[in-house]
Ligand binder design. Structure first.
Ligand code: GLC
Length: 406
């Protein structure tokens, strides 16, 4: 990557840095997302590690600062006391972002549990054992809560209680579980998501009750990310000489691997998320079908088939400005609609890591070149039209910086 692009990423990260109450964090985008988000902060730590070790650790330090009562990490920390004054308007999802969660200062739902994986990657590079020691109990409690709260039947699979917990708020994967037709209006989607938060609140965010009564999906990407995180957590535990924990976390990763293979792999082929009441697979080709690569749970031949049949097919995912969140040949594909078609840089980053893991270096490089081209073409936007590369959504959005880690 050329120096000019590196400098642009660094400037963006600095521009979006904020300090409050002795904590430093990065906002995904100053206009639409002026708070701290959980998985975004993990991406930020990944990006910052290429510039500034201290800033990378500071980002994780702040995202660990406000665990929920049940020890899960909230998907948003507001930091500023006056956050409810901000008025984004309903059509900008203001009603969700500033929802009243029944607690002060944070949301009460969570997001994909990427943290331990990112922390372990930082550690391999910088060897900051003091940071591991300082935060081990919080992190340990967080992942134990994930097991307890989100896998109550010990199936080895973690459930989400709200589509926003997947990080892909309006993905068509959730249409049926949300009681929406596949061609609903944006307004209807928003209404359902607001209603869902209200239901979660009525259940006091008790996951079992929320799952039993309202919404329970076992999502491929959430589980792939959890699996890798438990592996990383085992390494962290080893590093701190917590041998029993390390063994336990490795078993969890193994359990999830087995369960994903047994339950999510549909007819020996693609992995689909599950609607849990009837354990129905959500048969829709979204970018999630590639997350088993990131999770490292495929046999070599399976990976080859997946890549050759689906990833490099221009009629589905290998679009000029890849990778679309939904396959181009799906009926619901809508190239400008948030998680219903557009390309997002985090998708490319996860798939890039998966390809490297399976030794597909040339293809990974091709994806990296496409990602760089996308940023050169349209700047740091929230998401992009996969066919024209047009930038969409909020501006000065940080995720484009992930190209530095490809
Ligand atoms: C949107 C995205 C979500 C992200 C948040 C902040 O809600 O869907 O993944 O965490 O914005 O960037």
């Amino acid at each position: 990557m050329d120096d000019r692009l590196r400098r642009r990423i660094y400037r963006l990260m600095k521009h979006n840095r904020r300090a409050q109450d002795g904590f430093v964090y990065t906002v995904p985008s100053p206009d639409l997302y002026p708070f701290q988000w959980l998985w975004d902060s993990c991406f930020h730590a990944v990006i910052l590690a290429h510039f500034d070790e201290k800033a990378a650790y500071a980002e994780l330090h702040s995202v660990l600062a406000r665990p929920l009562q049940n020890h899960l990490l909230p998907h948003i920390i507001y930091w500023k006391k006056d956050y409810r004054i901000t008025n984004w308007g309903r059509e900008m999802r203001g009603d969700i972002i500033s929802a009243s969660w029944g607690i002060e200062g944070t949301s009460a739902i969570t997001q994909p549990p990427l943290l331990a994986s990112v922390l372990w990657d930082l550690h391999k590079r910088f060897k900051n054992t003091a940071f591991l020691k300082k935060h081990y109990e919080t992190i340990r409690a967080y992942y134990l809560a994930l097991l307890r709260e989100r896998d109550p039947e010990a199936r080895g699979l973690f459930g989400i209680i709200n589509p926003d917990e997947s990080g892909e708020d309006n993905s068509p994967r959730f249409d049926r579980a949300q009681g929406l037709s596949s061609h609903h209006l944006d307004r209807e989607n928003l209404d359902k998501r607001i209603e869902r938060i209200q239901q979660n609140r009525d259940c006091d965010f008790d996951a079992r009750e929320c799952m039993r009564k309202h919404f329970w999906v076992e999502d491929v990407s959430f589980n792939a990310i959890a699996l890798r995180a438990f592996e990383a957590l085992a390494c962290i535990a080893d590093e701190l000489n917590e041998k029993t924990d390390a063994r336990g976390f490795r078993n969890c990763a193994e359990h999830t691997k087995k369960s994903m293979r047994a339950e999510m792999r549909y007819r020996n082929d693609l992995y689909y998320s599950l609607e849990c009441y009837a354990h129905t697979p959500i048969k829709l080709k979204t970018w999630n079908i590639f997350m088993p690569l990131y999770a490292g749970i495929l046999e070599k031949e399976e990976a080859k088939k997946l890549i050759e049949t689906h990833l490099v097919d221009p009629t589905t995912f290998w679009t000029p400005f890849a990778i679309p969140s939904v396959a181009r040949d799906e009926k619901v594909y809508a190239k400008e609609n948030f998680w219903r078609g557009p390309s997002w840089m985090a998708i490319n980053w996860f798939i890039y890591k998966g390809l490297v893991g399976y030794g597909y270096h040339d293809l990974a490089n091709a994806l990296k070149e496409r990602s760089i081209a996308l940023v050169n073409h349209s700047g740091f936007r929230e998401y992009y039209d996969p066919e024209t590369g047009m930038g969409l959504g909020s501006k000065d959005f940080t995720w484009g910086g992930l190209i530095i880690d490809m």
